[in-house]
Design a protein around this ligand. Structure first.
Ligand SMILES: C[S@@+](CC[C@H](N)C(=O)[O-])C[C@H]1O[C@@H](n2cnc3c(N)ncnc32)[C@H](O)[C@@H]1O
Length: 281
């Protein structure tokens, strides 16, 4: 168990897809246009949302290597992808999908990204032409990200990282405890999520810097969640999660944050800032 539950990932998936920065997505599509086939590695794939969001932009024949540390999420990924595709059949290492005229071969790997090689040189990764990750890099440490970018640079592999939380969170109408709650939540985001001290809201900037050091050209764009009345389930779950994290980091205000969550669960509008980045050498 990773602490990321499949129901939470399902709740956020439609909003994640709608929030992706459209200019950057068009740049990714254009970069790989004209190719017949592409091999993609998805880090921290969860139940496969990134594949479902990105595959429509990529060439007609795709090989995806989905990596996650949580076997239950990988199992759910197989089910969700099978349901999403027009047709699906099992293979020795994963699943073969047909979707809107695309052939998508998916291979699953259960691995801890903190322990796994990141040079994309082992037999499974060899030939990776794009590495991607969704909602992952705010969890990782600067040292891990440095290792990843150095690994990418060895073979000049492009990177497309979407939905990196940037620290901006706003509930409307405003509440007197909003600023203190968001500040505590953002401090919690810098805690260790298994990779060492997490970059949290600093992930986008750190990534752009590391990519530039390795001679990559990179483009960033905002991809905020703009939640409204239609997203009441996500607003309630998100608000409860923010209050829990804030209470973990400031136990003395646990009850105050819980009260805040009760008031905010029915907020009319919530904005959560994210950044997408696409980079190639
Ligand atoms: C916020 S979720 C995002 C999932 C998916 N990319 C999406 O957009 O729905 C983060 C994912 O990273 C995975 N993860 C976190 N730490 C990991 C680690 N050390 N090794 C492998 N996977 C990890 C979790 O299991 C989870 O699926």
């Amino acid at each position: 168990m990773s602490g990321f539950d499949a129901d939470w990932l399902a709740l956020r998936e439609p909003v994640d897809h709608a929030s992706r920065n459209a200019e950057l997505a068009a740049r990714v599509r254009a970069h790989f246009a004209g190719r017949a086939a592409l091999t993609v590695v998805d880090l921290g794939c969860g139940t496969g949302s990134n594949l479902r969001g990105l595959a429509p932009l990529l060439p007609p024949c795709q090989h995806w290597h989905l990596i996650d540390g949580d076997p239950a999420l990988l199992k759910a990924a197989g089910r969700r992808l099978g349901g999403w595709a027009d047709s699906a059949s099992p293979t020795e290492t994963g699943i073969r999908l047909e979707k809107d005229g695309r052939r998508i071969e998916v291979r699953f790997e259960c691995a801890d990204l903190t322990a796994r090689a990141l040079d994309f040189a082992d037999s499974g990764d060899a030939g990776a032409e794009l590495v991607t990750a969704a909602a992952l890099f705010d969890l990782v440490s600067e040292a891990w990200l440095e290792r990843l970018v150095a690994g990418l640079a060895l073979r000049r592999v492009p990177l497309y990282a979407v939905l990196n939380y940037d620290g901006a969170a706003r509930w409307q109408p405003a509440d007197p405890l909003d600023a203190a709650t968001v500040a505590a939540f953002n401090r919690h985001q810098r805690g260790d999520k298994g990779f060492g001290p997490a970059l949290g809201p600093a992930a986008g900037e750190a990534l752009a810097h590391l990519l530039a050091q390795q001679g990559y050209r990179s483009w960033s764009g905002d991809s905020p969640w703009e939640l409204g009345a239609a997203d009441s389930g996500l607003i309630a779950a998100l608000t409860a999660g923010v209050a829990r994290a804030a209470g973990d980091i400031e136990p003395a205000r646990h009850a105050a944050f819980a009260d805040w969550a009760r008031r905010r669960a029915s907020a009319q509008a919530v904005t959560i800032g994210h950044q997408d980045i696409f980079a190639h050498a």
